[in-house]
Ligand binder design. Structure first.
Ligand code: KG4
Ligand code: ZN
Length: 347
């Protein structure tokens, strides 16, 4: 008989629920984005986000079950993101998950959000060989991971300041582009000259697998408003915006791809996968596929809906936890920070 897991995700500004069968087949995947609520602040406002999760969570779960043609009683497990994220947001999904778990006596499976992003690669391609290298780049996280096996990971490097998505969001704000900035920059950059302006690629020395994106953001600010940002914001032509966007996107992508190539040179990986909202970026995908040092690797570039925040990745990871007997108690806590390694176990 097949094993059906409900995955619930409310760590940031997506209210999401999904049903995954046997850890690999997505039976339903419902996502409600709060972008419209947060765009006037150009960032996620925690209280606004958790209030919206509270209003949406039950209909979203009902929709995920209905789309899968299921009743809650038929579930084998209820997986929920319990870290990292905004605690008030995490608690909404966790409360719903705990209530369902208690009511129907179904195992509760607490999942780490970043581990779920990594595990989405196995959902997109169950044949992905290991060891694999994973790049998870989103608005809140940017890190390289070594995936020893499904659910057994080790962090190789992380950002020392901004996440890649955060840098794109802030760069877009400087250029007067829409929120969220990643897709806005990608769109604005189309046809732009990516060599017109000089922007730094911060590699943190020859050996580091860490990232830093605060410098490129400041460099864009100073290009636009002079040293120290003392000048008034310039009036930019459409062509200027296009070229700035193209240069900025290229600088961020170059750093991500360079670090991937650096890690591949050092580690005997057989596959490379990406996840997180920034992994939707087409330039990043193209440059990974075309990079000479990444040739020969089994590439897993999951579809956009599995890269951005979703419940299916949580359900898939939950399925693994269930098989490993790693159930959570109803005392499962919400935690703001991510785990930094999971070589022994995922939780
Ligand atoms: O994983 P995600 O949906 O939520 C977080 O956990 O943060 O990632 C959102 C981030 C935002 O910073 C957004 O600007 C970025 O992913 N993003 C993109 C693209 N789509 C979303 N960045 C570059 N290109 C895209 N197409
Ligand atoms: Zn995420």
């Amino acid at each position: 008989m097949s094993e059906l897991i409900l995955g619930i995700e409310t760590s940031c500004d997506e209210t999401a629920a999904a049903v995954v069968e046997d850890g690999v087949r997505v039976r339903s995947n419902v996502v409600h984005s709060q972008v419209a609520l947060h765009e006037r602040w150009r960032g996620v406002v925690p209280e606004v986000a958790s209030r919206s999760h509270t209003q949406r969570i039950l209909p979203i779960i009902e929709q995920a079950l209905a789309d899968a043609g299921l009743r809650a009683e038929q579930l084998a497990g209820i997986a929920v993101t319990h870290r990292p994220g905004m605690v008030g947001c995490l608690l909404v999904g966790m409360s719903a998950a705990k209530a369902l778990s208690w009511l129907y006596d179904i195992p509760l499976l607490g999942c780490d959000h970043v581990q779920a992003h990594i595990h989405a690669a196995f959902l997109a391609d169950p044949s992905m060989p290991t060891p694999a290298l994973a790049l998870i780049a989103s608005g809140g996280h940017t890190a390289l991971w070594l995936v020893h096996a499904p659910g057994r990971t080790e962090r190789l490097g992380t950002t020392r300041d901004d996440a890649a998505g955060e840098a794109l969001d802030k760069g877009a704000a400087l250029l007067g582009l829409a929120y969220p900035g990643g897709p806005a920059i990608e769109q604005a950059a189309s046809g732009g000259d990516a060599r017109r302006f000089d922007l730094p690629r911060s590699l943190l020395g020859p050996d580091s697998l860490d990232f830093s994106f605060s410098g490129v953001k400041t460099a864009l600010l100073y290009l636009l408003r002079g040293p120290g940002a003392l000048a008034a914001p310039p009036v930019l032509s459409a062509e200027d915006v296009r070229d700035y966007a193209a240069c900025y996107q290229q600088a961020v992508v170059d750093v991500l791809v360079t670090k991937l190539a650096r890690a591949v040179q050092r580690l005997p990986v057989r596959a490379l996968c990406i996840g997180g909202g920034v992994a939707r970026n087409l330039l990043l995908r193209q440059q990974i596929a075309a990079h000479p040092q990444l040739q020969g690797l089994h590439l897993v570039l999951p579809p956009g809906e599995l890269c951005a925040d979703n419940g299916a990745m949580v359900a898939a990871l939950g399925s693994l936890l269930l098989r490993q007997g790693q159930h959570s108690g109803l005392d499962l806590d919400a935690t703001a920070t991510a785990q930094t390694g999971s070589k022994a176990a995922v939780r």
